[in-house]
Design a protein around this ligand. Structure first.
Ligand code: GAP
Length: 429
């Protein structure tokens, strides 16, 4: 039985070697805890985000999409409480100047060598315009959520939205984490996928439970095994400054259980705060009761890049064959960066021409790749390792019978299929 740390190392190695994730600025030696997403990583990330949007589109309640700016007015962060409250206590180790989160100081350091804890704001500050002064300070958003709250009235008015409804936002967020790490699990720049769901206060518990279940099922549909997921309810003492109640969907990472998504009941904290601070009316008018009120908010807040990592960790498999081990990512058809590999048996021009024709006929419907270099056995292994579900092999018989071999990643079985039937064949998955 393999140790979980070994899985972590192997997944990180394959992710980097195969072009899912690269170290940022690698030609300059890299920047610690900063990562770039390579071609397969981008495809995988796009597939996760489109599965997120399409799951929201299939609900009976309306979830409106929005895409808000990373840099907002500083007033937003003042009103939301992030300027005052979005902090971690931090201590310095005097002999080395190293900085730690107060609750994460290595055990072997002497207490008397540490400074008193100080609050450290996690927001990245920058300035706007050519002159830096006290009015030019702005912040990179630490969550996508506030972009939704400040647009609540815009969406309500332009979409004639009726409660209950939600607004979804996907994009980059930034936190000057004191202890980033574990590959892309905790980084300073990451992507979030957040929903703010607006409802009547009397229904907030019902919607809270609805979203916990809905989001948990979404992770299962990605293919993450049920036993690797659990719900953990926050203790009162852990609740964020805005939350009445929070449940985390946790994933079993190689180092233990950790957060994948948080579902919070934010009550009317944010809308009230922005209402007070901006002086704008952010109330909802209920046409049935003819009353005005500030809705309650249930927030399912997930991490896109963190989900990508959980997917890689949980879908990684090794299989012992007669005289080698094959490694795979067992992505399902929707998730796989490449669904179909197209492989000429050899580099002969005639075979490559047929591969190109097959590729042109499939690539508008499927994610395909032509793979020419190396022996056919090595190419099958590479396609297994990047999680490609099917490989089409064009051989010399193809030139006679217009048929190809289709090999399944999971069963490794091969069947002969007519080229003209390929589209229908793959449309069934
Ligand atoms: N609006 C609420 C909010 O932002 P959060 O629990 O701080 O809540 C939501 O963040 C999700 O964003 C987390 O569950 C995690 O998946 C992801 N996330 C947060 N900080 C992250 C980081 N430093 N690196 C990667 N993902 C992160």
């Amino acid at each position: 039985m393999e140790m979980p740390e070994e899985i972590f190392d192997k997944v990180v190695k394959i992710a980097q070697a195969r072009g899912f994730v690269f170290n940022a600025s690698s030609i300059y030696g890299g920047l610690r805890s900063s990562y770039d997403y390579g071609p397969l990583g981008v495809l995988l990330k796009n597939n996760i985000s489109s599965m997120w949007w399409s799951s929201l589109n299939s609900l009976d309640v309306e979830i409106y999409p929005i895409d808000t700016a990373i840099i907002q007015s500083s007033e937003v962060w003042k009103a939301s409480g992030h300027l005052a409250e979005f902090t971690d206590p931090m201590v310095d180790h005097k002999p080395t100047g190293e900085r730690f989160r107060a609750d994460q100081v290595p055990k072997d350091l002497k207490k008397e060598d540490l400074t008193e804890p100080r609050q450290f704001n996690l927001m990245f500050e920058t300035s706007i315009g050519p002159v830096e002064n006290e009015n030019s300070a702005v912040y990179l958003r630490p969550e996508t959520a506030q972009g939704i709250f400040v647009n609540f009235e815009n969406v309500l008015r332009t979409m004639r939205a009726k409660i209950p409804f939600g607004i979804g936002n996907i994009g980059k967020s930034f936190r000057n984490e004191i202890t980033p790490g574990q590959f892309i699990f905790r980084t300073r720049e990451f992507e979030q996928m957040e929903i703010e769901f607006f409802c009547d206060e009397s229904e907030e518990d019902k919607w809270f439970d609805y979203w916990v279940e809905n989001r948990l099922n979404w992770y299962k549909n990605l293919g993450i095994p049920e036993k690797k997921l659990r719900i953990r309810n926050h203790e009162k003492s852990e609740l964020a400054h805005y939350a009445k109640k929070t449940s985390d969907i946790e994933f079993e990472y190689p180092w233990g259980w950790g957060e994948l998504e948080g579902i919070a009941n934010r009550g009317n904290f944010d809308l009230n705060a922005h209402q007070e601070s901006s002086g704008n009316d952010l109330k909802y008018f209920d046409p049935v009761t003819e009353s005005k009120f500030t809705p309650s908010v249930i927030e399912p807040a997930g991490g896109l890049t963190r989900t990508l990592f959980a997917v890689l960790l949980s879908l990684y498999e090794e299989e012992e064959l007669e005289n080698e081990t094959r490694t795979l990512f067992k992505f399902n058809f929707d998730l796989a960066p490449i669904q179909i590999g197209i492989l000429p048996l050899s580099k002969k021009e005639e075979l490559i021409t047929v591969c190109n024709q097959i590729n042109s006929s499939l690539r508008s419907n499927f994610r395909t790749e032509i793979d020419i270099t190396q022996s056919i056995g090595k190419r099958y292994r590479r396609q297994d390792e990047i999680g490609t579900l099917y490989c089409i092999t064009v051989d010399f018989d193809t030139l006679e019978d217009n048929s190809v071999t289709v090999r399944s990643r999971d069963t490794m079985e091969q069947e002969r299929i007519k080229i003209e039937e390929l589209r229908d064949y793959f449309n069934n998955f």
